[in-house]
Design a protein around this ligand. Structure first.
Ligand SMILES: C[S@@+](CC[C@H](N)C(=O)[O-])C[C@H]1O[C@@H](n2cnc3c(N)ncnc32)[C@H](O)[C@@H]1O
Length: 269
């Protein structure tokens, strides 16, 4: 089902990779993923999250701190029962792998622009198609996907709409304004209040919000390493002062903070 990122022609399997009818060829990496991001579509040498961010996120998520978030996402995916699904901005694949477990038999795709992320993600489930690709030019045909997940990730709404078949939908998971509130209060003198529904204004014509829910729980981080990972996988890792960050990481007592996510499901009519 993959298409050529250069000419949009269908990609067929060739020795150790894929090739389109015009002859654009893409190799499969030793780890199993396909790199479908041609150099002319890269805005920098190593786009997307870097190795340190990816490893911090992998270690934090593998420790189970956000397990309820993944569990609920997998349930919501299973309820939709798609034949073909895609995780856009899959990172190191923690959520992707749990969606895949909830959808046995479905045809799953996952993409990220970060090589460091996809290289690690593909180890989680060899049955999925793992792609280095841009969310602005997804190498899949129009109207070919019934369920798209976008978790904590930027999103190209027009491109997501192009991929959905009628009746299919996009599940966006993102933080509410209360997410990590206690952490932000420790890191900044003034905690910026932000609207967590700004994305609703970006929804393209023809797509509409069908379901919305919030998941909230308290997270207790006992280990300093877990707090360091949480900081390193978010913008707080560079936005907050080194002194404030060290204060959070080094405190002797466990650190408690709120996790608060919203799930919004948009359907294509
Ligand atoms: C905050 S991370 C979330 C990763 C994963 N969904 C998770 O929640 O663990 C955002 C991801 O979006 C990816 N990303 C950023 N811009 C992208 C683009 N234009 N195309 C594809 N992926 C992109 C980054 O490399 C990063 O892995």
């Amino acid at each position: 089902m993959l298409t050529c990122p250069i000419c949009s022609g269908p990609l067929d399997a060739a020795d150790n990779g894929v090739v389109c009818p015009v002859g654009h060829r893409f190799d499969r990496a030793r780890q199993g993923y396909l790199n479908l991001l041609p150099v002319q579509h890269k805005n920098s040498r190593d786009p997307g999250d870097n190795q340190a961010m990816v490893e911090a996120r992998r270690d934090f998520l593998n420790a189970g701190h956000y397990a309820p978030v993944a569990k609920r996402l997998a349930e919501l995916a299973a309820e939709r029962n798609p034949a073909h699904w895609l995780d856009i901005g899959c990172g190191e694949g923690y959520y992707t792998a749990q969606i895949a477990d909830a959808l046995p038999g479905a045809d799953g795709y996952a993409l990220d622009i970060s090589r460091e992320a996809v290289k690690r993600a593909c180890k989680r489930n060899p049955d999925l198609s793992w792609l280095i690709a841009s969310m602005a030019r997804v190498p899949l045909p129009d109207a070919s996907i019934q369920f798209i997940a976008s978790v904590f990730s930027p999103l190209d709404w027009a491109e997501a709409k192009r991929l959905l078949s009628p009746g299919g939908g996009l599940m966006r998971v993102g933080p509410t304004s209360e997410h990590l509130m206690e952490l932000r209060q420790r890191l900044y003198d003034e905690v910026r209040d932000y609207a967590d529904d700004k994305h609703l204004a970006l929804v393209p014509k023809g797509m509409s919000l069908q379901h919305s829910e919030t998941l909230q729980f308290k997270l207790t981080l006992v280990e300093g390493q877990a707090r360091a990972n949480l900081l390193a996988m978010t913008p707080h890792g560079w936005r907050a002062s080194a002194e404030r960050r060290a204060g959070v990481i080094d405190q002797a007592e466990p650190f408690e903070t709120t996790v608060s996510m919203r799930y919004d499901y948009f359907v294509l009519q």
